[in-house]
Design a protein around this ligand. Structure first.
Ligand code: GLA
Length: 659
């Protein structure tokens, strides 16, 4: 099966002669799949119920004739201008009560019946017209679900969701702690979404509204999925996740509802951190997939071929980087390498967004690199048979991140995403592969080592599962501010870290947030920032203690033997050398090994393992050539490899080995 290679394709933006050239260029570049129709609603339904599918028919026929498969999108992320005029109540309302107007995209209220009806109708029309079309390989529902609304229709849906969750108002009042500031509700009708308010909002109301929004968006997705599945049971259905702290989508939960986890990922760093971000997002997608769809396969649905958004400017990717990022995604389990977008638009809001066919046209560095990448992906397609081996899991709990966006916390910058990324980076640099998992509710037995990154919210059941897993031999590393609150964000009293005290063998009496720009010193010579704590060992031993300041001599990092396993606690945000040393110690204790030994700094290594052979991906992010131990066949060049393989500066090697 070929890898999926291509990107978002918008025939609606181009005349026929350009579309004809598009398919020729796709063939030249080895493109195997394009995503069509993402924002094409006003093209396909220019007036309510009047469908004009002729242009899409021609585009899909031409793609099919050119051997290019299609991820056919439902265009419901961008309702046409007529929709908002006909249904003003279906336009979204901000927390300040401002109803937004048409003029951008994602301008709808997902709880508005008129929107849901219109979305189902256009999805059903597409399903019935294109079921059985030879180009159709994948359904791509909507685009980057994440729109929030605070209108009265949303309020009604929120109340229904709360009733279903809590049953009665006493329970809601209890879990929302409405006794604080006299917020007690005596009638469901009094409950609203968290709109602009006088001072700090109720944090559990805000957290529940995020969860509700996630579920409401998921219901909208599932409606479309179900009707698409009914029309074409053999075609998988997905939607492309957008990543970021603002996104009100619980991706771990959604991953149980999609046939294939698909992510859009745009690294935000111009330097080497972009490679680390790429690997992190890939391992997160694989983690969501593994514990969601039940298979580690996922798809990089969008990334930028060239310009990367960085603060204040766009950064032009250096030659070779586009290809390396794509190969890194495939190395980490992606079914392919898809881009936003195929051809750069002539106008519109994102007119300078990069594309495989840039404004300069095919006579350009980027298109030549796209052709090179197409060839590379063809040569390594067999690696799809291999499964990524990840001996470590990093627990990244999205709802904990949402809860920690509340104001009035002991510090700002408390963020599971960043903390998970830091742990991931330390492992990445050592060539150790990790699944970044969005839930602790799945099967952890495959992992000898687990890191919990600021896992602030924790249920009793999750804490119990962790105890069982450690007792059976697991090595658990827990960072500060984990297990402190229950799933409703209520603090577990009696000492932090609440749910994990007995497992970690520690009791934390109080927090000492560290001033911005300051650091605490440890007895090991390492330092921490952001956070520190008064830790009492209640069974654990101190591996490092604070040196100086009010915490002088008190435990900072602890280790607790628990059954056949070990639970480690880190009460500050360790600097890079400290984190690296600790995770190396734990990895050694857990018997965790890198994908290959003797890896030069700046060279990334991942192994996909098949039944009787494996594929070692080596990505050289440095500006000098490197050699790595390997035996087999290097697929990009076709050369036999005996003992050492050369990985060119800025390039890659993919070695098929016997075992
Ligand atoms: C997302 C969207 C695309 C486009 C890009 C810009 O991935 O899905 O439509 O807006 O971001 O980077």
């Amino acid at each position: 099966m070929p890898l999926w290679y291509g990107g978002d394709y918008n025939p609606e933006q181009w005349p026929d002669d350009v579309q004809a050239e598009d398919v020729d260029l796709m063939r030249r570049a080895g493109v195997t799949m394009v995503t069509v129709g993402v924002f094409a609603w006003s093209w396909l339904e220019p007036a309510p119920g009047r469908y004009t599918f002729g242009g899409l028919d021609r585009a899909l026929d031409r793609l099919a004739a050119g051997g290019v498969a299609v991820a056919l999108a439902t265009p419901t992320a961008s309702p046409p201008p007529w929709f908002g005029l006909a249904h003003p109540e279906a336009l979204p309302v901000t927390p300040d009560g401002v109803r937004l107007s048409h003029g951008s995209r994602d301008t709808y209220c997902v709880s508005a019946p008129a929107y849901r009806d219109a979305a189902r109708r256009i999805a059903a029309a597409l399903a019935s017209r294109y079921a059985g079309h030879p180009a159709l390989a994948l359904w791509h529902v909507h685009n980057e679900y994440g729109t929030t609304c605070h209108c009265d229709l949303t309020a009604g849906a929120f109340r229904s969701w709360l009733r279903a969750r809590y049953g009665d108002l006493d329970t809601l009042n209890d879990v929302w702690t409405t006794a604080f500031w006299g917020q007690r509700y005596t009638d469901w009708a009094q409950i609203r979404p968290p709109r602009a308010t006088q001072y700090l909002p109720n944090p559990t109301q805000v957290l529940d509204f995020r969860r509700f929004t996630s579920d409401e968006l998921l219901a909208a997705y599932a409606e479309q999925r179900d009707l698409l599945r009914a029309a074409t049971p053999e075609v998988p259905v997905t939607t492309n996740y957008v990543l970021g702290g603002w996104v009100p989508v619980d991706h771990a939960r959604w991953s149980r509802e999609v046939d294939l986890v698909a992510i859009d990922h745009y690294p935000s760093d111009a330097g080497p951190a972009a490679e680390e971000e790429t690997a992190f997002a890939a391992d997160l997608a694989r983690g969501w997939a593994t514990h969601g769809t039940g298979t580690p396969d996922w798809l990089l649905m969008e990334t930028a071929p060239n310009l990367i958004y960085t603060p204040g400017r766009m950064h032009t990717k250096e030659p070779g980087r586009m290809s390396r990022h794509s190969l890194a995604a495939v190395a980490r389990g992606s079914r392919g390498a898809m881009y936003f977008q195929w051809r750069a638009p002539r106008g519109g809001a994102e007119l300078f967004h990069s594309a495989l066919v840039p404004h300069a046209g095919p006579d350009s560095r980027v298109f030549r690199e796209a052709v090179t990448l197409g060839g590379q992906l063809t040569r390594i397609a067999e690696a799809v048979d291999g499964r990524v081996q990840a001996p470590v899991a990093i627990g990244y709990d999205e709802p904990s991140g949402w809860a920690l966006q509340a104001p009035a916390l002991p510090a700002t910058g408390l963020d599971p995403w960043t903390e998970a990324q830091r742990a991931h980076r330390a492992l990445w640099r050592r060539g150790i592969t990790a699944d970044v998992i969005g839930t602790l509710d799945g099967d952890l037995t495959a992992y000898p080592m687990l890191i919990l990154a600021v896992h602030y919210l924790m249920s009793d059941a999750q804490a119990a599962a962790l105890r069982t897993w450690v007792a059976a031999g697991g090595h658990l590393v827990v960072t500060y501010l984990s297990g402190v609150a229950d799933r409703h964000g209520r603090i577990r009293t009696g000492g932090y870290p609440g749910a994990l005290r007995d497992l970690l063998g520690v009791r934390v009496e109080e927090f000492h947030p560290v001033a911005a720009g300051s650091r605490v010193r440890l007895s090991t010579g390492d330092t921490g920032d952001l956070w520190s704590e008064t830790v009492h060992c209640t069974g654990a031993e101190a591996l490092a203690s604070y040196a100086g300041g009010v915490l002088d001599g008190r435990p900072a990092i602890t280790r607790h033997g628990y059954g056949a396993g070990v639970a480690w606690y880190v009460s500050t945000r360790l600097d890079e050398p400290g984190r690296d040393a600790l995770l190396a110690t734990v990895a050694a204790a857990a018997g965790v090994r890198p994908a290959c030994s003797g890896l030069p700094p700046g060279v990334e290594a991942v192994r996909r393992v098949g039944a009787d052979r494996s594929w070692l991906f080596l990505l050289n992010h440095t500006t000098t050539d490197h050699e790595v131990d390997a035996d087999g066949v290097e697929l990009l060049t076709g050369a036999a490899v005996s003992g050492r393989v050369r990985v060119p500066a800025g390039g890659a090697a993919v070695v098929r080995t016997a075992a």
